[in-house]
Ligand binder design. Structure first.
Ligand code: NDP
Length: 248
């Protein structure tokens, strides 16, 4: 590990599984130190270990990202330890689907707090040092559902659309300080989140994707990796759909 040049420090939420895990592994391959955040110690711990086994540098933090106080305390401790986080990927997310008449307030709050408020909390505490250094990358993983809406997902669609509004506003606030803020909006990606869909639902979904297949977590990681790199220097406030052509 010591012979690897640690280039930047990247924090990825929801890094324990699926898309977040693929993003963490991909950024680690670039030589960045990865702070893997997820709800359970076992999932983020396993990903941090895998990165280390592959010769990279990583640490794991188990945290409920919907808990603003816990996020603040964690960010303060991380800034104390590292000075600054250069790359922030807000990826942790959940669904609690139901038609609106049957949707409980807890399901609304849980989805809004986990998907959207968490972005505000992390950015609020980690962006200031980025602006001081005049370099930073914030990438928010939303969803095409935030662009199109979806019956049964009013909470999720609102959270993901909110992430887009947050991104565009903060892109404007931070642009002059060379801190970029962008959204990656995945279509349907093969992860635990979509494996809970029935076979019929999966068939129906593949039917409406022009490329006739679900995406892979690595498809989202590739776009995120690009947005985290120097190659995306002049791109901010944008939404990149990665969805096999579903939303055009
Ligand atoms: P998964 O369900 O496979 O993984 C979710 C990750 O988020 C897990 O690591 C989980 O932690 C973490 N997480 C969930 N809630 C919290 C919380 N309160 N605090 C901390 N960590 C939490 O999801 P995906 O990989 O499929 O999705 C990742 C992101 O991509 C989400 O924001 C999702 O909305 C978005 N997305 C996914 C699509 C898809 O088709 N899969 C499509 C469009 C968008 P733990 O491992 O500890 O449980």
């Amino acid at each position: 590990m010591s012979d690897i040049e640690v280039k930047k420090i990247a924090l990825v939420t929801g890094a324990g599984r699926g898309i977040g895990k693929a993003i963490a592994l991909s950024l680690a391959e670039e030589g960045h130190h990865i702070i893997c955040v997820s709800r359970s110690e076992s999932s983020c711990g396993a990903v941090a270990e895998l990165i280390q086994t592959n010769g990279g540098s990583a640490e794991a933090i188990a945290l409920d990202v919907s808990d603003a106080t816990a996020v603040e305390n964690t960010c303060n401790a991380l800034l104390e330890k590292h000075g600054l986080i250069d790359i922030l990927v807000n990826n942790a997310g959940i669904t609690r689907d139901n038609l609106v008449f049957r949707m409980g307030e807890e399901d609304w709050d849980a989805v809004l707090d986990t998907n959207l408020k968490s972005c505000f909390s992390f950015i609020k505490h980690l962006a200031r040092p980025m602006t001081r250094k005049r370099w930073g990358r914030i990438i928010n993983i939303a969803s095409v559902i935030g662009l199109t809406g979806n019956a049964g997902q009013a909470n999720y669609a609102s959270a993901k659309a909110g992430m887009i509004g947050l991104t565009k506003s903060l892109a404007k606030e931070f642009a002059a300080r060379n801190v970029t803020v962008n959204v990656v909006a995945p279509g349907f990606i093969e992860t635990d989140m979509t494996s809970s869909l029935s076979e019929d639902q999966q068939k129906m979904i593949v039917g409406i994707i022009p490329m006739k297949r679900m995406g892979k977590a690595s498809d989202i990681a590739n776009m995120t990796n690009f947005l985290a790199s120097q190659k995306s220097d002049y791109i901010t406030g944008q939404v990149f759909t990665v969805d096999g052509g579903m939303v055009m």
